[in-house]
Design a protein. Structure first.
Length: 114
């Protein structure tokens, strides 16, 4: 199983980024997918999650109204659209696939700074 995140980078406050998570080696549509983030010295936290068919989503209170999670089961890919970014969104963002087991990607750095 491989989860590969992309789309991170440096953005100014108020800007936008779109993260992608490309999955391989698993039956993507049978996994609940989620994005998590972590900053040094803190625990990894859930940012957003999406159900197998994409009909149900959940968000951390800190990103509600700014972030959108989606998935394309035909492309084995999950997305995180991040708008109105704030410096406190700076973190390494990780993709997670969960069913009987869970798998993690390597992470992509997002830095929000002027």
């Amino acid at each position: 199983v491989q989860l590969v995140e992309s789309g991170g980078g440096l953005v100014q406050p108020g800007g936008s980024l779109r993260l992608s998570c490309a999955a391989s080696g698993l039956t993507f549509s049978t996994y609940v997918m989620s994005w998590h983030r972590q900053v040094p010295g803190k625990e990894r936290e859930l940012v957003a999650a999406i159900s197998r068919a994409g009909g149900t989503t959940n968000f951390a209170d800190s990103v509600k109204g700014r972030f959108t999670i989606s998935r394309d089961n035909t492309k084995n890919t999950m997305y995180l659209q991040m708008n109105s970014l704030k410096p406190e969104d700076t973190a390494v963002y990780y993709c997670n696939a969960r069913r009987d087991y869970q798998y993690w990607g390597q992470g992509t750095q997002v830095t929000v700074s002027s």
